[in-house]
Design a protein around this ligand. Sequence first.
Ligand SMILES: [Zn+2]
Length: 188
Amino acid sequence: MNRPTEEDLQLVHRLRRQNVLEDVASHKINGNGRNVVIMCSDGHQSPDVITSHSRFLQHNGDGECCCHSHMLNGGALLLSPMFTETMKLPVREVLLHQIKQSLSLKDINTVALYVHAPCGAAGLRKLSFIDTLVCLFDAKFSLKCHFFRFKKLHVSCFVQIDYGPKKRTYFISRSKWESWIRDPSYCM
Ligand SMILES: [Zn+2]
């Protein structure tokens, strides 16, 4: 199994210190226990992502847990026009169609976008961890634009890191990310 590069790990540690990558506060996750989850199909990581996100949802609301997941290589990266612009197949459009159907079928109003490191699909495109985060928020913006007519859609972003001996999931907010990317010396 791959491990994050030393450079990526240093960035992860820095973002943790600056509280840009935050511990997940289950009670802040929207959706009353129901989320559409967009995640990478990486078989070494997806069980941990599903288990962790289900636990977050169960700690939220009345205990209902509907982790309605869509898994493809790259996960949320596939919703980023920056990531998909050179793809020959309309993967982003298919995923958008599936999300719309899921929101309706399960009466869900919240989408959880996941990326992870190290990610093979990101690696194939030579994306660093910082590139991956840029694409994650490009995906969020694109999703919000696509569904802007949809009843109050919430979109939350998460990052899973495989450190080797342990795996951890973090929440990352758009506001903190944008402050950080404008000024990486920015300290929370
Ligand atoms: Zn992956």
